[in-house]
Ligand binder design. Sequence first.
Ligand code: NAD
Length: 360
Amino acid sequence: MNCKIALISGDGIGPEIVREAKKVLDAAAKKYGHTITYTDVLMGGASIDVHGIPLTDSAISDCQAADAVLMGSIGGNTSTSPWYQLPADRRPEAGLLKLRKSLRLFANLRPASLYQELKAACPLRNEIIGDGFDLMIMRELTGGLYFGERKTVEENGILKAYDTLTYDENEIRRIAKKGFEIAQKRRKKVTSVDKANVSDSSRLWRKVVEEVAKDYPDVLLEHMLVDNCAMQLVKDPGQFDVILTENMFGDILSDEASMITGSIGMLPSASLNDTKFGLYEPSGGSAPDIAGQNIANPIATILSAAMMLRFSFDLDQEADAVEQAVQKVLTEGYRTGDIMSEGCTKVSTSEMGDLIAERI
Ligand code: NAD
């Protein structure tokens, strides 16, 4: 297979962690007989330094011409970096929002799984963790409360603010389909999370999800209210496979889920549109405090590359190989500083990349 990947190294630790993900992708391509073509794309602070803006039209075209985008992270120290003296629409993050919009990325995927080797970093008690957990939060990214009409008005001398939460059935249908498709590649269970006891948008959400479920008879569907889901995530995370939910609920639940895994440096993510195209990036930021020191954990970016192989290229075997190589390196006791514990061997960013690539 010939895979065209747009590479956005970005800022801070971005170039260091993307370099290692590329190393691992190349090792997988070599082993399984694929060709990967990379196009380097500037975004964020790196683009501001060269072009004065965080994302150029030609950078967008380069991403659109690729099959998928692999990104490090963008942004700098928000207190000291000159990028944050610029107007809001010219700061690094504006580039990412514009790119997501241009690529019509409406589905955000954030897995949260526990490696037995990193159990000590999990804030949950052993009896709750049990055999561990491996769940995926699928969050709608372009609708709902964050994109609805909002206003602050003054009525009879009293300030009043409102935000509107709107979804139409097509927006719900397309994310629900993605949710069921992803579940088919996993343990075939979807927990659709809403607030159907209160809101109309949630009642529509539930109705459309039930309709879509009929096309996926091999996937088990359950509904859960969002307040209960927030509790269940810390009470019994092992019960979940795919959690399908709207924008704001997903925003909150995905951060809760990431906390119970213990380390930000281990968490990949993907944002997909209605084709196979996706943008893959670690959940963490550009970590300016440790940039340029070769100590960042590249595993979240490497696991993001594995998600790319699975979801954009349907290369499940290759994705498994990358994930198993990560598992092997952890079992052998290698750790970057952020996940270091007694008795383990501390390695640098590039050494971690080498170790994983060698085990593909
Ligand atoms: P951050 O995630 O960059 O850092 C938080 C802490 O986690 C820091 O101590 C950092 O050293 C550590 N950390 C993060 N990733 C790590 C890794 N791979 N290995 C080891 N340690 C890691 O969050 P922040 O400090 O709030 O933000 C820094 C910059 O990143 C800001 O400009 C912010 O806007 C940007 N940001 C970008 C994205 C993105 O590109 N999608 C996401 C979040 C934040």
